[in-house]
Design a protein around this ligand. Structure first.
Ligand code: NAP
Length: 319
């Protein structure tokens, strides 16, 4: 089969490799659609750790083609989305119900071959059945959506909250939609590209701001005179973390979601955090949210087609 492998930092290649087999407890998935995550770009640039060589692709959807020994619940032919994050189940974090912080977390498409390939073998417990006939491209959104749902859980948006989303990539545009569904009153999207700002307004943002047009912190604070209750940082650049803290209302929370390269330091003013009781939280991966995400994708509650910018074949992924 063909697979796009990251062979060294900065070096991806389309290779002919052996088709995996479904081992005990596993299913073999024929990949129908896979998404390219901002994190894949971080991995290619060496800004996020991976195994090497490895077939990237942790957001994918496909058909179960073979079922390994000891697997119950799959007959073959099911359309599935895969939770790529395999937790050990026995380390202290897992035993505390926090599998995303597992000491031995082994992510498919990061440390183990993933979905930029024609087939992937995955533990059956990581596969979640989607309705037959669902667009597999929509199915591939389940993984980033599951991460965003965790971000929303951490943010604790309540009806009427004011929310700023920083970064208008796929993640930011999913967050805008989730904030709307959660009942946020004011939803501000900050991103540089005009097309993304226009799309965000159609997807539920009430205001869209170009950070290059002036002082973005002041622009957000002026909207309601006090700042926002929640900032969802979805750009992964140092300035958005600093700006996000600056635009919080007293008692607000900034949820750090974007990946900044390891080693990047950002100055913060602890005094402002203290006297305003600002909270800085992080939301990492998708603990306990993949099934909810799959159900949301299946329900059609989200506008997903508008988030697809390109459809390309495996041969173009490495290019
Ligand atoms: P992406 O496509 O790279 O989107 C990030 C967007 O941020 C860019 O499209 C860019 O849009 C915008 N941006 C860059 N600089 C900005 C600035 N100064 N102010 C405002 N916006 C700025 O990535 P993605 O797939 O949407 O993912 C977003 C981030 O979340 C990435 O860092 C990704 O690694 C991370 N992530 C985290 C998790 C998690 O579990 N925490 C899960 C998935 C992804 P413009 O050009 O329009 O400004």
């Amino acid at each position: 089969m063909r697979a796009v492998r990251l062979e060294a930092i900065g070096a991806m290649a389309l290779r002919e490799v052996a088709t995996p087999v479904a081992g005990p407890g596993e299913v073999l998935v024929r990949v129908l659609a896979a998404g390219i995550c901002g994190s894949d770009r971080h991995m290619v640039k060496g800004e996020y750790p991976t195994g090497l060589p490895v077939a990237l692709g942790h957001e994918f959807c496909g058909l179960v083609e073979a079922v390994g020994d000891g697997v119950a619940g799959f007959a073959g032919g099911e359309l599935v989305t895969v939770d790529p994050n395999i937790a050990c189940g026995s380390c202290p974090a897992c035993r505390n119900g926090r599998p995303n912080l597992c000491d031995k977390l082994l992510a498919i498409g990061v440390f183990r071959d993933g979905g930029f390939a024609e087939h992937v073998a995955v533990p059956a417990r990581q596969a979640f059945v989607l309705p037959a006939g669902l667009d597999p491209v929509h199915g591939a959104f389940s993984e980033p959506l599951a991460c965003c749902l965790h971000g929303l859980d951490v943010a604790r948006i309540v009806p009427g909250s004011s929310v700023a989303v920083l970064g208008g990539g796929v993640i930011g545009l999913l967050m805008v939609q989730l904030a709307r569904l959660a009942g946020a009153g004011e939803i501000v999207l900050v991103t540089r590209q005009a097309t993304r700002r226009a799309l965000a307004l159609e997807l539920g943002a009430t205001v869209a701001i170009d950070p290059g047009a002036g002082d973005v912190v002041e622009a957000v604070r002026q909207l309601n005179g006090r700042g926002v209750d929640v900032v969802l940082e979805c750009a992964g650049v140092p300035e958005t973390l600093q700006q996000g803290l600056g635009m919080l209302a007293r008692g607000g929370v900034l949820v750090l979601f974007g990946v900044t390269p390891a080693g990047v330091a950002v100055p913060v003013r602890p005094f402002a955090l203290l006297v305003n009781e600002l909270r800085l939280e992080a939301a990492y991966l998708n603990p306990h949210t993949h099934a909810r995400a799959a159900a949301m994708v299946a329900s059609g509650a989200l506008e997903l087609d508008r988030l697809v910018t390109h459809v390309i074949g495996l041969e173009a992924v490495a290019g």
